[in-house]
Design a protein around this ligand. Structure first.
Ligand code: G4P
Length: 525
């Protein structure tokens, strides 16, 4: 690889922002895009919430928003780095794709609402990041509102998520009393209302971590309280440890307010300093492919169906793992051995003036797809011949019984089911004996996409009967006794013919555990 290309790879920083809905992910993303010059006005990204995003044609939405960032990948340059932010939608857009997106990033930023602490969805997304061992950076948001005590929040991080934390800064007051942040990392204070003092945003601190000379803030009682807290944290807290951060064992914690744009720039600068370069990627054969490898390779981690009935195409999102993408290049699809020309490809550089024609390891490209790709597919050039590790499957939580409305459409019904399941759009189960079809998903949107695509791509109207939330647990076929199935669970097979129970609720599962204490039940991720 040429020195120039190597340098290009080294500038890439690819990450996702994870949070529970309403913690402020959209707001902070927007601030980052503003810093990166990728958008000019606040409110541009937020607009998406007002439209019915899930059901619309996403390219159309992009046009309507009048900007060239897509909602899935947002790319911009900042501080000599090329930043790729991958969206992990919450609310009704949440799906298995959300989890899989975390397979394509090198780091994650976790946004937490200081009033609420760690919430359910944050925890789930965090666990997927944890499994990959990627660095996780925490932004404690909404400091302009009264929230929980900072110590309390750090304790919760350590207890609920079992991750060590290091506060990069410490709030000086909160809500109406917010004066600023004490920046332990840069040894300075960042003021929330510089105009209240002498107009300077930063107050440098001396070797003892105190304000040198006269400053009105030093007279405030909150200042001495913060000094005490900081001392406590310095003495009793974790050390700042770059290696532990890189290994995902220690999360640096930043406090701030995305809405009032306080602490966000400091966060971005510091984050980019420690966020990792594109990492190596493991193949099924257990080898690691270097991002500096000459030949191009990448894997499909998400397929976004075009919901517009006039178009049947969709976009396959590829994380580039090595080499360089050039428009029009030929690649091999590992699963089929087929050669494909990458002619119709979209990139996500927000600054269109540059009109980037190529991308390198760490970047994401979107391939217009008419049915060639499946989730988890590897593409490569030349002699590289790699197959990247399979993407994990996630335990679905919602289930529907599904049948074809028109019995004469059985053939296309089966074909559609098979292909959409293979592609990773939905999970499918069959009941024992009656062989009824049940589909499972982690988010409601997956059902809507499934129904829509069955109609538009396979010309089959499906009837879906909600079964509600269930707890899915796999059981070793060797020890399965069909009598274990009761009115509180449904025994089904997955598409690999492995048996599992769908329990009505946690209670039903505990009842089962009590009755069969020696039977091990397993969840996917
Ligand atoms: P999400 O993407 O994680 O779901 O959250 P989003 O950014 O949409 O923020 C959720 C709500 O929290 C929004 O208010 C947003 O304005 C508010 N918010 C985000 N960051 C901060 C912050 O630092 N401080 C305060 N006080 N509020 C914050 P909303 O009323 O639901 O939406 P909107 O009607 O204001 O757009």
């Amino acid at each position: 690889m040429t020195e120039q290309l190597k340098q290009a790879v080294d500038t890439r920083r690819t990450f996702a922002i994870i949070s529970h809905p309403d913690a402020g992910k959209t707001t902070i993303t927007e601030q980052l895009l503003l810093f990166g010059g990728a958008i000019r006005n606040a409110g541009t990204v937020k607009g998406k919430k007002t439209g019915n995003f899930a059901k619309s044609d996403w390219m159309e939405i992009e046009k309507q928003r009048g900007i060239s960032v897509t909602s899935s990948v947002m790319q911009f340059d900042f501080d000599g780095k090329r930043v790729n932010i991958l969206d992990t939608p919450g609310h009704e857009d949440f799906s298995e794709d959300t989890y899989r997106t975390l397979m394509a990033v090198d780091a994650a930023v976790m946004v937490v609402d200081t009033a609420k602490g760690i919430e359910a969805q944050t925890k789930k997304l965090f666990q997927v990041c944890r499994m990959r061992g990627i660095p996780i950076f925490t932004f404690m948001n909404k400091l302009d509102r009264d929230g929980r005590e900072p110590l309390d929040l750090l304790e919760e991080l350590e207890e609920v998520l079992e991750i060590d934390s290091y506060p990069m800064n410490w709030p000086i007051g909160m809500g109406k009393g917010l004066e600023g942040i004490y920046d332990l990392f840069h040894n300075r204070i960042e003021l929330y209302h510089p105009e209240k003092y002498d107009g300077e945003r930063f107050i440098p601190l001396n070797e003892d971590g105190e304000i040198e000379g006269e400053h009105a803030l030093a007279q405030d009682s909150i200042y001495s309280q913060v000094l005490e807290e900081v001392e406590l944290v310095r003495e009793a807290g974790n050390e700042f440890d770059e290696e532990a951060i890189a290994a995902g064992e220690l999360t640096p914690v930043f406090f701030g307010s995305a809405l009032t744009n306080f602490g966000v720039e400091t966060f971005l600068e510091t984050f980019l300093q420690f966020a990792p370069k594109p990492s190596e990627h493991k193949t099924q054969a257990g080898e690691e492919v270097s991002p500096y490898e000459e030949e191009f390779s990448g894997f499909v981690f998400k397929i976004q169906a075009n919901m517009n009935p006039a178009h049947r195409d969709r976009i396959a999102f590829v994380r580039i793992c090595s080499g360089e993408f050039e428009r029009g290049m030929d690649v091999f699809l590992e699963r089929t051995g087929k050669k494909i020309k990458l002619a119709n490809v979209t990139q996500f550089m927000a600054d269109t003036r540059e009109n980037v024609e190529n991308a390198v390891a760490g970047d994401i490209i979107g391939l217009y797809d008419t049915g060639n790709y499946q989730i988890g597919d590897t593409i490569f050039t030349g002699k590289l011949k790699v197959a990247y590790e399979e993407l994990p499957q996630f335990t679905p939580e919602m289930f529907m019984k599904v049948t074809a409305k028109n019995v004469l459409k059985q053939k296309s019904f089966h074909k559609g089911m098979e292909q959409l399941v293979q592609e990773g759009a939905i999970q499918m189960y069959k009941t024992y004996h009656t062989g009824d079809y049940i589909i499972g998903a982690v988010g409601q949107l997956q059902f809507e996409v499934f129904q829509h695509r069955m109609l538009n791509e396979y010309n089959t109207e499906v009837i879906m009967t909600p079964m509600g939330k269930k707890t899915a647990r796999w059981i070793d076929p060797e020890i399965l006794d069909e009598k274990m199935s009761s009115s509180r669970n449904i025994l089904v097979r997955d598409r690999f013919d492995q048996p599992l129970f769908l329990f009505e609720n946690e209670f039903a599962m505990r009842w089962f555990n009590d009755k069969y204490p020696d039977v091990e039940l397993k969840a996917l991720l």
